[in-house]
Design a binder for this molecule. Sequence first.
Ligand SMILES: [Zn+2]
Length: 284
Amino acid sequence: MSDLPGRNDPCYCGSGKKYKHCHMKVDQESTKDRLMRAAAVQFVRRDLLKYAREEKFALYFAAALPLYWHDYYTLETADEMSEEEALRFFDWYVFDYIHTNEDGREEPRIIDQYAQDRWDDLAVPQQPIVTLWRGGMAAGGYELLSYEGQLLQLRDIVTGDQYEVYTSGGRGAVEVGEIILCRVLPSTEYADKAEWSFSTTGAYIPRDEIGDVAAQLAQAKEQYLTQHPDADHQAFMRRHNIILIHHALEQAKLKGRPPVARLDPNRSDKKKQLIIRQMRRLRR
Ligand SMILES: [Zn+2]
């Protein structure tokens, strides 16, 4: 907000009054609001990650990790995941993974169980974030249509729906026409910049690796809908967005590079060691 006037300068709104007698107070409130929202988002994100690693989810974790990574990582090698990979896995695990118990019944997602177990412990600004995230979309694949700085225009490769997304990291190495793998969520921290943002750092499928992945998804959806005629697109994606991950993994393997191309290969893995330590603890 460095482009705001000084206290005694004329206000930007054109009222002719000094800034301090005009819009200064409103601007300060909105900054405070934004900071509060950002702090709440950060808390819920961390708390969810902690909750997802509780002992009661040990069976979930044991089933979900090899499913997601297609055995690229196993329970034994889970701590070799980079920070980006760990965050991407946990995002899918918390928001999309549906565990099937021994009788074949589907359990509620971890985000749903979290809301049920922890609701009363959450502070007032934290509760609406949980509600927003529970109602959010499953992770999917989005074609990059165009971009301007940190604003990306995306198109869902299955539904064709378009989204304007703000991402502080920008498009990274992704070119127009390539596919970003991510979860698009209603914007909380950057609500003033765009309606949508990313849940966590995305990955992408380079142009020459896209192949028939959209067709694979369309076919899986058709099949799913014959068995579950009342299901909506999100119910389908939660159970089948793994197709995108597996396609990306397979392509990476063919090229002999690390799994799933990162959006921005130059960003550092700052929290890597922390996540790895947490993974070790979980396996004990
Ligand atoms: Zn003003």
